[in-house]
Design a protein around this ligand. Structure first.
Ligand SMILES: C[S@@+](CC[C@H](N)C(=O)[O-])C[C@H]1O[C@@H](n2cnc3c(N)ncnc32)[C@H](O)[C@@H]1O
Length: 275
């Protein structure tokens, strides 16, 4: 229960502007629904961890009316919104329960989804330990051949050592003169490799919620590290990563980045692992 207390104490108080937070999550809903193709056809029960106001869970439940969905979160206000929005849908339930506590119950799942949530487990929990525990719990909650789907901001390990073109990009960022650049560097270090610049580019524009967003580590676990975790769990894994168009346009406009410079960066990773 310690994590639950940490979460309630540190996390819920810090969502200063819930409407901004929710609209930010809802914008890429269409892209989030890319995970649909990874949901196997003949499965019955799907768990959505960190469902927030239920936008994604509800969209999935409408796409798959024959499957039963459970959305869990620890935020009462988000869950109230989710329940309200899901009225009339028979194949969906929302509940405030800590992931680990589901293990005490008999129900098991064919699919466990973590969408835009594991970086929050990392940032508001106990770092990598909370991510490892969440994935291990999900693994334990899965039926045979069950699938874990992670969609989040995920970068590659090699970008930590890649600095080709990064001086030019960092220069353009410094020239823009945003105060939050200094704050970012105090927390995460100088913009001296692709990994850190990519992390910065994913968050600099959340200035309204900066007290919260600035502290979060958006990219705490690399694609390769997820691969290692799933390999230890004996799961077969596949992944894809890409850059949403929204970012391309924004970075070009805000920092005058060229298409060549932008090509170094990613916004999104999807990792699918089967038990
Ligand atoms: C960025 S939102 C993502 C919401 C939704 N999955 C989506 O993609 O639209 C992250 C959600 O994870 C929830 N969350 C963070 N840590 C959690 C934890 N340890 N257990 C359950 N939910 C958690 C937050 O309350 C928040 O609603």
């Amino acid at each position: 229960m310690r994590n639950m207390q940490t979460f309630n104490g540190l996390f819920t108080k810090k969502i200063e502007n819930r409407l901004i937070y929710l609209s930010r999550m809802e914008k890429p809903l269409k892209d989030k629904l890319k995970i649909v193709k990874y949901i196997p056809k003949n499965v019955a029960n799907i768990l959505d961890v960190g469902c927030a106001d239920g936008s994604l869970t509800i969209a999935l439940a409408k796409t798959f009316p024959d499957k039963i969905f459970l959305g869990v979160d620890l935020d009462d206000n988000f869950l109230d919104l989710a329940k309200e929005k899901a009225q009339g849908l028979k194949n969906i339930k929302f509940e405030k329960i800590y992931l680990r506590d589901l293990l005490a119950r008999p129900e098991r799942f064919d699919v466990v989804i973590f969408c835009s949530v594991l970086h929050e487990f990392f940032s508001y929990g106990e770092g990598i330990s909370s991510v490892l525990k969440a994935i291990a719990d999900a693994h334990e909650l899965l039926r045979k051949s069950g699938v874990i789907i992670i969609r989040d901001m995920i970068l590659s390990e090699y970008t930590k050592n890649a600095n080709l073109k990064c001086l030019e990009v960092a220069d353009k960022i410094y020239k823009a003169g945003l105060d939050i650049t200094k704050e970012f560097e105090v927390r995460f270090g100088k913009l001296n490799n692709i990994y850190k610049i990519n992390h910065y580019l994913l968050k600099y524009f959340y200035q309204e919620n900066w007290n919260r967003e600035g502290k979060e580590n958006y990219v705490p676990v690399t694609i390769e590290q997820y691969g290692q975790i799933f390999s230890l769990l004996g799961m077969r894994e596949q992944s894809e990563s890409y850059l949403l168009d929204f970012f391309k346009d924004k970075w070009k406009k805000d920092f005058n980045l060229t298409a060549d410079e932008i090509s170094e960066f990613k916004s999104t990773g999807i990792i699918v692992a089967q038990k």
